[in-house]
Write a protein that binds this ligand. Structure first.
Ligand SMILES: [Zn+2]
Length: 183
């Protein structure tokens, strides 16, 4: 069971001062992994940020070191056009260990359907960016929050052109392979 998945017993939220982003508020989710049923469609809000900030593996929840830090470039993230016109790959899914990536490829229905190879991260750790817009699926929670205050929901990492180019290459290779499989 992926570490970042939210469980039914964790459906309680509060707004608190952020220690990761001093001066801002953050949405904090109850922490009770393993209680109730896992909801694969929902990522745990607090674990998502913890994973992105500390480079924790989203499968096992322990730190990934440079050299054993992987991402799935087709299944996750998207291209972001920056103010200077440059395009960077932004990813809001925490990385995975090489061994955990293999488990995910076998056992995650979405990934096994995609037939996607993981891509190893280089020395570009990505720039951490927080988001205060409402994460899809949390609209009802957001509606109960005091108005007029910026609250950090999630964060992502934005990569420089070199790693972005590797992601785009991996996506192009995957497209070609998928077309070949379809015949
Ligand atoms: Zn792991």
């Amino acid at each position: 069971m992926p570490w970042s998945v939210a469980w039914t017993a964790e459906q309680a939220f509060r707004v608190q001062p952020s220690t990761d982003f001093p001066g801002l508020l953050e949405l904090d989710q109850r922490h009770a992994p393993g209680e109730g049923e896992p909801n694969f469609a929902a990522v745990h809000v607090s674990r998502q940020r913890r994973g992105m900030i500390d480079h924790l593996c989203h499968i096992c929840g322990t730190p990934t070191a440079v050299g054993d830090r992987w991402v799935f470039p087709v299944a996750s993230g998207g291209l972001v056009t920056m103010t200077d016109g440059q395009v960077g790959w932004g990813c809001n899914v925490p990385p995975v260990h090489g061994a955990c990536a293999e488990i995910a490829r076998r056992e995650c229905p979405h990934l096994s359907h995609l037939v996607e190879a993981p891509l190893q991260c280089g020395d570009d750790e990505g720039r951490l960016i927080h988001r205060t817009d409402v994460t899809p699926g949390l609209e009802a929670i957001a509606a109960q929050m005091p108005a007029g205050q910026a609250v950090v929901f999630s964060c992502y990492r934005l990569y420089r052109p070199a790693f972005t180019a590797r992601v785009e290459q991996a996506r192009a290779d995957w497209e070609r392979a998928a077309r070949a499989r379809r015949g």
